[in-house]
Design a protein around this ligand. Structure first.
Ligand SMILES: C[S@@+](CC[C@H](N)C(=O)[O-])C[C@H]1O[C@@H](n2cnc3c(N)ncnc32)[C@H](O)[C@@H]1O
Length: 228
């Protein structure tokens, strides 16, 4: 499932870019083990046997070798995000960086409020709960770094909103609408009627044409260091 902010992936670089030195190695949590050893999967998946370093595909010989491990919009899909962050911590060398960026869906603010949309958005968040995932994992990033025995160093929000008059605003709103639309069956399963969801989406699109509409949303971003 995409972030509501996913329309503009170029825009969410950390405040200071990750050094791209010749010897920098990056471990990227991935659900695609066929890419193992190019970007190392440190996420617990059925394919890599729950993150067991002895299991096929984990590249245990590379543990502790990476300068940076980065996960974006992944932890929100994982019932046990701490296990992922612990595996990222093991992937980096002492002094290496673990960078987490993820959503806190409860932080979405639309103003003036489009009537009926907040109940749709609340139901969308409940679909995460129903799958044992956390729709507000973004606010937990620093805590997760600490729990994984990393030293938190920085956090920030990367803005993904927009407003009337912004050339990207239509894309921002369209993206919010599309992630709701793609999750509509799960949303209906939470108890909201399909008609209510459809009406909420129609309202959102109409709302976005107003001259004073604004979306406020930030992606949570945090960095920790593996103690030397
Ligand atoms: C919204 S995409 C983000 C992709 C990419 N990291 C980015 O920032 O554009 C969510 C990613 O989480 C992965 N994912 C979802 N559930 C997963 C799971 N249980 N284990 C590992 N990866 C998972 C998906 O394969 C997908 O690549």
């Amino acid at each position: 499932m995409r972030s509501p902010t996913g329309a503009s992936h170029e825009a969410d670089a950390p405040p200071e870019p990750v050094p791209q030195g010749q010897h920098t190695k990056t471990a990227i949590p991935s659900a695609h083990p066929r890419h193992a050893c190019k970007s190392i999967p440190v996420v617990a998946t059925p394919e890599n046997h729950g993150g067991n370093p002895k299991a096929r595909g984990f590249c245990s010989s590379l543990l502790g070798q990476f300068d940076v491990a980065h996960a974006r919009f992944v932890l929100e899909h994982i019932p046990n995000p701490l296990q992922v962050v612990r595996n990222m911590a093991r992937a980096v060398r002492p002094g290496g960086r673990v960078i987490l960026s993820d959503d806190d869906y409860d932080g979405l603010r639309l103003w003036p409020e489009p009537p009926g949309f907040s109940s749709v958005w609340n139901a969308y968040q409940r679909t995460y709960d129903r799958h044992c995932n956390d729709p507000i994992v973004g606010r937990r990033l620093v805590q997760l770094l600490h729990q994984a025995d990393l030293r938190p160093r920085r956090n920030t929000l990367v803005f993904f909103g927009g407003c009337a008059g912004d050339p990207d605003f239509e894309d921002v709103v369209r993206n919010i609408a599309s992630i709701v639309d793609e999750a509509i069956d799960d949303i209906v399963a939470t108890g909201l009627s399909r008609d209510a969801v459809t009406a909420g989406l129609d309202t959102l699109i109409a709302w976005s044409k107003a001259p004073d509409s604004a979306v406020w949303f930030g992606m949570s971003w945090a960095e920790g260091i593996r103690p030397p």
